[in-house]
Design a protein around this ligand. Structure first.
Ligand code: NAG
Ligand code: NAG
Length: 355
């Protein structure tokens, strides 16, 4: 036990002191944090076309996924009124802002031709089915959307939803409740649990005409992150191939970043609007090339280098300990005090210029 506690303790102590350095750069213009075209949709399922009595959704289009994120945010806002004004306390902001960031940084483009499905195409942009990031995000959005439908969180929809499937990598992806349930029953249960939990919340008071629900902060955040992780766990073995990324450096970064997210999730990192935007400040603004392998000499910003370094350090420490680092970290995050310390450490780690 002592031995297994050494890693987090060591890390904590070593960064605690460095962590007192000033925090260089922070979330800039707040409107930049919203996903592109957020204001052009209204978060209503009626925005999707209906054909033959079916709501038609194409998850390989940027706007269609964005509409789903906005529907989920709109429908769940009331449960999070206690955690932030103007809906900023919604725990789904983390996934939503990250989605926009992936698009803005061209991570949904085709690995072999970065002008295909590029950010520049604007609101009509596709999400390349050859993009590893696009694939990961597919699982995140589909589990959320189908979980919300299956648990009846979205109420009675006027029509059945039909997700347009693609022939490419057909066996990699699922496109309906039946299909996803057959392949990933546990992940679907995890998705249902989050949306059922919200539905079970009761209105307890009204503050300035805004109803407040008895949502437990840690429970909601835990269920949301567990849903996210269930999606990543399905996707990882299918989407680790180098050919799905613009470079080997980008591939390694993607997998390391998702591993680092597991550490954040265990600490119940706050997925609210501001904390998510702050977390993403250092997310590299462009695809990484193999010239970026040496982080110190790459031309990325200070915060981007800090994030890359942090993610790499976490991944390498986990590798040399044979995965014990993550296991131990998860075990250590068993009290509110430890999780608060964990979150503090993560924030500091993300803003240290170089290690
Ligand atoms: C790359 O994609 C763009 C946009 O879809 C297309 O116009 C161009 O022909 C493609 N280039 C190659 C080499 O395939
Ligand atoms: C920064 O580095 C990238 C990748 O090595 C390169 O493509 C880009 O042109 C560089 N940008 C500047 C402003 O030097």
């Amino acid at each position: 036990m002592w031995c297994s506690l050494m890693i987090p303790t060591f890390l904590f102590l070593s960064f605690f002191s460095v962590g007192l350095a000033p925090n260089p750069g922070s979330a800039t213009n707040e409107n930049d944090n919203y996903p592109p075209f957020w204001d052009q949709i209204n978060g209503d399922i009626a925005e999707f076309p209906v054909q033959n009595n079916k709501i038609i959704v194409d998850l390989w289009k940027y706007m269609d996924r964005l509409k789903i994120y906005k529907i989920l945010i709109t429908e769940s806002n009331k449960y999070f009124a206690l955690f932030g004004e103007n809906t900023r306390g919604n725990v789904l902001w983390a996934l939503t802002l990250f989605y926009g960031k992936l698009f803005k940084t061209d991570r949904f483009s085709a690995p072999l031709n970065s002008s295909m499905c590029a950010y520049e195409a604007g609101g009509s942009s596709c999400i390349s089915i050859d993009s590893g990031w696009g694939g990961f995000n597919h699982y995140v959005i589909i589990l959320n959307f189908l979980g919300a439908i299956e648990s009846e969180f979205l109420g009675n929809l006027p029509y059945e939803v039909e997700l347009i499937s693609r022939e490419e990598y057909r066996s990699n992806f699922c496109y309906s409740i039946e299909e996803c349930r057959a392949s990933y029953p546990q992940a679907m249960d995890t998705a249902n649990r989050f949306y059922k939990y919200l539905q079970s919340r009761k209105m307890v008071s009204t503050i300035k005409d805004i109803p407040q629900y008895d949502t437990d902060e840690d429970t909601a955040i835990r269920y949301m992150w567990e849903l996210h992780q269930a999606a990543i766990d399905i996707a990882k073995p299918k989407l680790s191939d180098e050919s799905l990324y613009s470079s080997k450096t980008e591939r390694d970064f993607s997998l390391d970043f998702l591993l680092a997210m597991e550490f954040c999730e265990a600490a119940l990192y706050r997925p609210y609007f501001e904390s998510s935007a702050e977390f993403l400040v250092g997310f590299p603004h462009r695809l990484l090339t193999d010239q970026d392998r040496d982080i110190l000499i790459s031309n990325l910003s200070v915060r981007e280098k800090a994030l890359l370094n942090a993610v790499k350090l976490i991944s390498e420490t986990n590798k040399i300990t044979g995965g014990l680092f993550l296991t131990t970290w998860k075990m250590a995050m068993n009290s509110e005090f430890a999780r608060a310390a964990g979150r503090f450490l993560i924030k500091r780690l993300l803003s240290i210029p170089s290690l």
